[in-house]
Design a protein. Structure first.
Length: 298
């Protein structure tokens, strides 16, 4: 008799424990919140302690008891080791890990130095490899697990000044496939979520305290986001997070070694730049950017 279908639901992570890097904002924070809402215990790491403190303070007591966090840079091997050890000790098990932390120097080839290039690879690729290595003994104890790597459409469609980010994210997708093959006998699934442009507002304070310049910057981001894909709406962190949660869940028990794209159709949008909607959007973005420049270097 066939096993019953394992449907994703809001109690599917009860009793399980997961790690999430870059969990203080954007996609990472949405993943942390989704896991907590579905009953999981969560270890999360990010560099900004203030945002992690705000995340913890926003949670009800029951969820706060299931959250463990570290303000740390995942490019350091000892940081990841301490986080995995602390989570395993507190929660008694580890069932999965989401490598979401990112580093994008955004520099031209001429301006790049090896240290900034290497930093992007440390955060975007090597940290995911280290996490898999550290978690393997935990997966062996619980009889399986799931790794999810968060990549970007920039790994497939890039622009100038992205040599470090594009190459490290493309390597991350290759790492996913290699780990999926190697860890399959341990019943460990490994997958990638490719995120399109989402409104994470990285580095910005809460809207209530924004300056006029920050509001204009956010409006530019929103315009670019909305018009970079054919789907008639902005991409939100929760859109990518929902796919991450699916891949962590038993509903995806036969999904491994693959890449799921969450981009509103951006990577399949082959319309010409003469599209009237895009022309109007480009004009609007140009006007907003011109307004930004009027503020100078405040």
């Amino acid at each position: 008799m066939a096993e019953p279908l394992q449907v994703f639901n809001q109690s599917c992570f009860a009793g399980r424990a997961y790690g999430v890097t870059g969990g203080s904002r954007g996609i990472g924070r949405a993943v942390v919140q989704g896991l907590l809402d579905c009953g999981a215990s969560v270890m999360t790491l990010a560099r900004d302690s203030a945002t992690l403190e705000r995340l913890e303070a926003s949670l009800p007591d029951e969820q706060r008891a299931r959250l463990l966090w570290r303000a740390a840079d995942v490019s350091y091997a000892d940081v990841l080791r301490e986080a995995v050890d602390a989570a395993g000790e507190k929660f008694g098990r580890m069932d999965g890990w989401v490598s979401n932390a990112m580093c994008n120097p955004g520099q031209s080839l001429a301006d790049h130095d090896e240290s900034s290039f290497e930093q992007a690879w440390q955060v975007n690729t090597l940290a995911a490899w280290r996490a898999a290595k550290l978690l393997q003994p935990h997966f062996e104890r619980v009889g399986g697990g799931a790794l999810v790597h968060v990549s970007s459409v920039m790994a497939q469609q890039t622009v100038p000044n992205q040599t470090a980010y594009t190459s490290s994210k493309a390597a991350l997708e290759g790492l996913t496939r290699a780990l999926a093959v190697e860890l399959a006998t341990l019943r460990v699934r490994v997958n990638t979520v490719v995120a399109g442009f989402v409104l994470t507002y990285s580095g910005m304070p809460d809207r209530e305290s924004w300056t006029e310049r920050e509001r204009l910057a956010a409006e530019v981001v929103e315009e670019v986001n909305y018009h970079s894909h054919p789907w008639p709406g902005a991409g939100m962190p929760e859109d990518a997070a929902a796919t991450v949660l699916f891949l962590l869940s038993d509903a995806a028990r036969f999904v491994t070694g693959t890449t799921l794209v969450v981009d509103g159709g951006m990577t399949v949008d082959l319309r010409l730049l003469a599209d009237t909607r895009r022309v109007a959007a480009a004009q609007r973005i140009g006007q907003l950017q011109q307004k930004q420049e009027e503020f100078g270097d405040e």
